[in-house]
Design a protein around this ligand. Structure first.
Ligand code: BT5
Length: 273
């Protein structure tokens, strides 16, 4: 199988104008988000254009949100981070997670017959026997300036491609992989090339001022469900029905008293009942 993601293989296959044109492959690294962030903050910064992609075959310290870990056996996944410099108002940062999730979903659907869904705020999921299983997680991090602008952003994506079922990590939201879901191993290079194309499309759309929210919202499985939201440092946990999202990707939750609450992705953890 054609499964080599080294620079020469990827550069030869790339179909984008700028995303991934500056590309680095690491056999192993702590975390692609951390490595890219270090380089952005160091003298290397001038040599790192927007669209830079770091990808690895293994992370010793793969990270999720809130100090959680991201686990994947070597060579089985797409583990990558994308550098963007959109100079957006801070409020628009959540667009990054949305457009990444949407791009991942579209890339997977172009390579398989799976129907890919999204779970608010940052999970890409598949319906396996009536229950949603997590296929990919997204970790967008950025630097907000004193003027409340997004100086740069690093969008990390971990997609479970060929992880065998017995090696999937145990997690509250059960994990799955493309291999576990289809019974076939999937070539990572065409999936990556398509992903970078879809990312370029959605980033450019967003830079022109158009929110990815409508397309993203259509895939959300969270809507219509009862959700429990732990609003960290913001009062009592909240239970209500997730009614929709706004253009910023915030979840609109109506409580039993009929009051509508707007929940930002950054400051909550969410469990479905
Ligand atoms: C995420 O966090 O889902 C974001 C994951 C981002 C990973 C990418 S890989 C490339 C880049 N470099 C990094 O260091 N990170 C990014 P969160 O929503 O907090 O979910 C984390 C939880 O998912 C963990 O606590 C586990 O329960 C579960 N988990 C860990 N590994 C998993 C996997 N391979 N598949 C499914 N679930 C997993």
């Amino acid at each position: 199988m054609m499964d080599n993601l080294r620079e020469t293989a990827v550069q030869a296959a790339l179909k984008t104008k700028w995303i991934g044109q500056h590309y680095r492959f690491f056999e192993a690294v702590g975390s692609t988000n951390d490595k890219l962030k270090q380089d952005v903050k160091s003298l290397l910064a001038e040599t790192l254009p927007a669209g830079t992609v770091y990808l690895t075959d293994f992370q010793a310290q793969g990270r999720g949100r809130l100090q959680r870990r991201w686990e994947a056996p070597a060579g089985t996944s797409l583990l990558l981070s994308l550098l963007l410099r959109p100079d957006w108002p801070a409020q628009q940062s959540a667009w990054l997670t949305m457009l990444a999730a949407l791009s991942v979903a579209e890339a997977i659907e172009s390579q398989t017959s799976l129907q890919v869904k999204l779970k608010w705020p940052n999970d890409v999921v598949l319906n396996v026997d009536g229950r949603y299983h997590k296929l990919c997680g997204i970790l967008a991090e950025g630097n907000i300036t004193a003027e409340q602008r997004l100086d740069y952003a690093i969008v990390g994506m971990g997609i479970n491609v060929n992880i065998p079922p017995e090696s999937l990590p145990a997690a509250a939201t059960p994990a799955t992989s493309l291999f576990a879901a289809t019974g076939k191993s999937i070539s990572r290079l065409p999936l990556l090339v398509t992903l970078l194309q879809r990312l370029e499309h959605w980033v450019e759309t967003a830079v022109e001022g158009q929110s990815p929210q409508p397309a993203w919202n259509q895939r959300l499985v969270t809507l219509g469900q009862i959700v429990h939201v732990n609003q960290m440092g913001k009062g009592e946990p909240l239970t209500g029905v997730a009614e929709g999202t706004d253009a910023w990707g915030q979840l609109l939750v109506r409580d039993a008293a009929g009051q509508l609450h707007t929940i930002g992705a950054g400051d909550v953890t969410l469990r479905e009942s």
